[in-house]
Design a protein around this ligand. Structure first.
Ligand SMILES: C[S@@+](CC[C@H](N)C(=O)[O-])C[C@H]1O[C@@H](n2cnc3c(N)ncnc32)[C@H](O)[C@@H]1O
Length: 251
């Protein structure tokens, strides 16, 4: 399990400590007995803090690494090795990465080649976090790269190249004006690709009814399944839900 919730300094028990002066937070990832360090800059906006759905995805990956047979991620990940030697190395792109914790943790836990992406103004912090964790990621055969990817921009998807197996995201469905650009990017990344079957895994915390519009539009081109639901946190009616999007007809 990843102990990844934000806590005040005086609440820390020594395992996941918050450094309030530098906004650095350490996350213990139990399956690899390692710690990932993430810099948040909350005063700079939503792209610079870590959101609950991200910790859900990291926990699912951690559980997959410890118990693949009973993991909801098995169908996606079982054909790839975790050490990058026996099977082809998994190529992952994370979209709307924010702090990058999901992609960085995935690179370490799966020995994967991961590209973290977000808006251009977020890239500097993503690079900081990628560099801060490069050694732990390399120890498990992974690599982390960083690239700008603006949703709806075909050229940005083209620049990423074609070698993508899995697209990950957490907490990217919120503002209505972003639904269409996000869906365009997903279509460009997952459809119209020659040979490989590509899938999208998204962790989402429902906040507004209008989000059903995004899912209605998505279901026109993707088969969308729920693969995991968190128990709601105290004070919430709904927990984080993880979805699998597969191009229609590929299941
Ligand atoms: C709520 S944050 C989630 C961040 C991170 N995935 C997490 O769960 O902690 C949404 C992310 O989507 C990114 N985003 C918003 N609009 C975008 C766009 N048009 N193109 C690319 N990324 C965008 C933001 O910069 C931000 O990092």
């Amino acid at each position: 399990m990843v102990s990844g919730n934000l806590r005040d300094e005086d609440e820390t028990d020594g395992e996941n400590e918050v450094d309030n002066t530098s906004n650095l937070q350490m996350y213990r990832i139990h399956s690899i007995e390692s710690t990932v360090v993430i810099r948040q800059l909350p005063s700079q906006g939503i792209s610079f803090k870590l959101w609950l759905p991200a910790t859900t995805l990291v926990t699912l990956l951690d559980n997959y690494r410890r118990d693949p047979i009973n993991s909801p991620l098995t169908r996606t990940l079982s054909s790839f090795s975790s050490d990058g030697t026996d099977s082809p190395r998994l190529n992952i792109v994370e979209i709307g990465s924010g702090t990058g914790i999901v992609g960085i943790a995935a690179a370490a836990m799966l020995g994967a080649n991961v590209t973290l992406t977000d808006l251009p103004n977020v890239i500097e912090n993503l690079k900081f976090n990628a560099d801060a964790n490069a050694r732990v990621v390399a120890r498990f055969g992974g690599e982390v790269h960083v690239a700008p990817l603006r949703w709806g921009e075909a050229g940005d998807v083209e620049d990423l190249g074609r070698d993508v197996d899995l697209v990950l995201a957490s907490d990217v469905v919120y503002h209505e004006h972003l639904y269409d650009p996000l869906l365009k990017t997903l279509r460009l990344m997952l459809l119209n690709r020659e040979s490989k079957k590509r899938v999208f895994r998204m962790a989402h915390l429902k906040r507004w009814k209008k989000e059903s519009i995004f899912f209605k539009k998505a279901r026109k081109v993707f088969d969308v399944d729920v693969i995991h639901c968190d128990v709601p946190q105290e004070g919430f009616r709904i927990g984080v839900v993880v979805y699998r999007f597969v191009p229609k007809g590929h299941i």
